[in-house]
Design a protein around this ligand. Structure first.
Ligand code: ZN
Length: 272
């Protein structure tokens, strides 16, 4: 089966593999796209992680995840900026196509979501010069609005695009089917994203969804029209990888890692 154009976010098998064993398992089945998280890279150091990724010919379709700029005070906001600057260095060392930024939630006690969004925009502007210098694009990932309070105050592709358009060179967006599939204006917004799509994430929306964070479905097991979204993304000029990103505490994280990878390949070929 075809594995070209398929990336698997390492969170999909985070209970089964670390970076090194995950790469070995991917390579065994012909998968050459990967997106690691910071804990995967920091466990062995970015230089060593980069060496292993390069030695295995892996394409790093993203590095997860940064952003999360809103904080209750200036010291907290600066700490988030500093952490994102460190992430840019790590992303450069591992050769990532982009770093994935999510909005972050409301600071404790706050009811000011507009303020949280401003803090996100300010944080991005603060790290953008370093990202441009390192040639690491910043990819804004809008999250489903159910996460707006605690995780991602950027909820729509329209907002993400407004920001990317305002900030300009070195920024773009992630089109994640899980977060965006429900949006009535999705086709228009993806068309508007032409030239700014840095990553395309896929999984499925299960009915019912039993956990807000950790019950994402394997492609084909839910209600998202993945081929339709892929066509929109391709029409907008994105020719990169489709990246499977599944957090599934009670299902896929409990299965053998090789089976999860094999299933991703099968579904990539049949329902995406
Ligand atoms: Zn995603």
């Amino acid at each position: 089966m075809r594995t070209e154009g398929l990336s698997i976010n390492l969170a999909t098998v985070r209970q089964q593999f670390d970076l090194k064993s995950g790469i070995a398992a991917y390579v065994k089945q012909g998968v050459r796209g990967i997106s690691p998280w910071r804990d995967h890279v920091q466990a062995i150091g970015a230089a060593e992680a980069g060496r292993i990724l390069r030695d295995n010919g892996m394409r790093v379709t993203g590095y997860c995840r940064g952003g999360l700029f809103p904080a209750a005070d200036a010291a907290g906001r600066q700490a988030a900026i500093d952490d994102n600057l460190k992430m840019i260095d790590e992303a450069a060392a591992i050769g990532a196509d982009c770093i994935v930024l999510i909005g972050g939630g409301l600071p404790k006690g706050s009811r000011d979501i507009a303020g949280a969004r401003r803090m996100f925009a300010d944080g991005m502007a603060a790290i953008l010069p370093a990202a441009r210098a390192a040639k690491v694009p910043l990819a804004i990932e809008a999250l489903h609005p159910m996460y707006a309070a605690d995780r991602g105050c950027i909820s729509t592709l329209a907002e993400a695009l407004d920001l990317a358009e305002a900030l300009g060179e070195g920024t773009g967006v992630v089109v994640d089917a899980y977060h965006l599939w429900w949006a009535p204006d999705l086709a228009n917004q993806i068309a508007r994203a032409k030239g700014r799509i840095l990553a395309h994430h896929i999984c499925d929306w299960l009915v019912p969804t039993k956990d807000l964070l950790l019950d994402r479905g394997m492609m084909g097991d839910g209600v998202i029209d993945l081929p339709a979204i892929r066509r929109m993304v391709e029409s907008a000029g994105f020719t990169g990888y489709q990246e499977v990103e599944i957090f599934s505490a009670e299902n896929w994280w409990k299965r053998p890692g090789d089976e999860v990878i094999r299933t991703c390949i099968e579904r990539f070929n049949t329902v995406c």
